[in-house]
Design a protein around this ligand. Structure first.
Ligand code: APR
Ligand code: ZN
Length: 357
């Protein structure tokens, strides 16, 4: 089968022929019908996050089960599924304490699986490698969803949307009337904007370095768009009675934007870090500022969600018309166009590109 493979830091990924193993015991083979281009993959291509190569990219996807290994009870061939990049084990300490998104056995950046046609060992992003025609994954990495759910939307439920909505509802617990700032308006940030508005927040201030994001932000439900520059915290204060926002959600993955979110937050408010930054990117805050501002700094991994519970719930909301995600998909392409979609994302263009292999 064909897959999008990254071979070296900074090199554009290429489509290669890959040999996937047959599903072993407890594994399933899924034919990918739609996969999103997410910044976490870009971070493994541009070196922000260290990763072994060669690496099959892609971790936000939906498809149809085509083959199951021995002992698979969760799905049967023909079922439509969303892929889960952090399937909880349900046995570790975190799983036992209601934090399946922090499962000790899940969410590893790259896992060895499959080979190139030349016999070389391949790694797959976040245990999936979904920018490919097919994946072979453990059965607990698939979540069945109704056949009527459009595949493109199903794909986005697997990362950007679950993360963005979860950050608002579960990590931040945004309440009606709260003020929210969202820094970084890609697929993740725009999902946060839309979830904040749906939660009754206001104002919802959408912030990006690229002024071209203004239109997308307003379509997602932002009340205001602000350009991220030196005057950001002043502009945020001007819209929040001089105080700053109750919640600032960072969706870029950089120390500098975490700091910008911190400064945009009111005394006693909270900063939610959704972006995945590099391990050497340091945020420095003064000890007095930390004490005096009484702010909380929290991270949101996979939207503090339990995908097995929350993905089907979001799928139902899409089908009954209460969750509209149409604004998120700004480009569509094939596997051969996926490298260009990464280049567009690196330039900060569009919201999400969906790849139909
Ligand atoms: N200030 C504000 N916005 C910025 C800045 C900055 N300094 N730098 C970049 N941005 C904007 C970009 O212009 C873009 O609109 O952040 C946005 C990032 O969007 P995408 O690249 O589409 O990323 P996305 O897939 O949404 O992921 C965002 O969440 O899951 C993590 O690893 C992921 O860290 C990444 C973050
Ligand atoms: Zn992602």
């Amino acid at each position: 089968m064909r897959a999008l493979v990254a071979r070296a830091v900074g090199e554009p990924p290429r489509v290669e022929d890959v040999d996937l193993p047959a599903p072993g015991p407890g594994q399933v083979r899924v034919e990918i019908r739609a996969a999103g281009v997410c910044h976490s993959d870009l971070s493994m291509v541009n070196g922000t996050v260290a990763s072994p190569y060669p690496l099959v990219l892609g971790h936000e996807a939906a498809g149809v089960v085509v083959e199951v290994g021995d002992g698979v009870s969760r799905v049967v061939p023909g079922e439509q599924v969303v892929l889960n990049w952090a399937p909880p084990c349900r046995r570790c300490w975190h799983c036992g304490h209601g934090e399946p998104w922090l499962c000790e056995r899940a969410g590893t950046p790259a896992v060895a699986r499959g080979r190139t046609s030349g016999g070389e060992q391949l790694h797959v992003t976040l245990g999936l490698g979904a920018l490919a025609e097919q994946v072979v994954v453990p059965q607990h990495a698939v979540i069945p969803v109704p056949a009527e759910l459009p595949m493109e939307v199903a794909a986005l439920l697997g990362c950007a949307v679950l993360t963005g909505i979860g950050a608002v509802r579960r990590t931040a617990r945004v309440a009606p009337g709260d003020s929210v700032a969202v820094v970084g308006l890609g697929g993740v940030g725009l999902s946060v904007v839309s979830a904040a508005r749906a939660a009754g927040a206001g104002p919802v201030l959408a912030v990006d370095v690229s002024p071209a994001k203004a239109e997308l932000a307003l379509a997602a439900g932002a009340t205001d768009f602000l350009v991220a520059d030196e005057s950001l915290s002043r502009a945020v204060r001007a819209l929040t009675a001089g105080r700053g926002v109750d919640h600032a959600v960072e969706c870029v993955g950089r120390g500098s934007t975490i700091r910008a979110a911190w400064r945009a937050t009111r005394r006693g408010g909270q900063v939610i870090v959704v972006g995945m930054g590099g391990k050497d990117d340091i945020v420095s805050l003064s000890a007095m500022d930390i004490f005096h501002s009484a702010r909380t700094l929290r991270s949101s991994v996979y939207g503090s969600s339990d995908p097995d519970r929350d993905v089907p719930e979001l799928a139902r909301a899409v089908l009954d018309g209460t969750l509209d995600l149409g604004f998120l998909i700004t480009d569509r392409t094939t596997l051969d166009g996926a490298a260009e979609a990464f280049a567009r994302m690196a330039r900060g263009e569009g919201a999400r590109t969906v790849v139909v292999p």
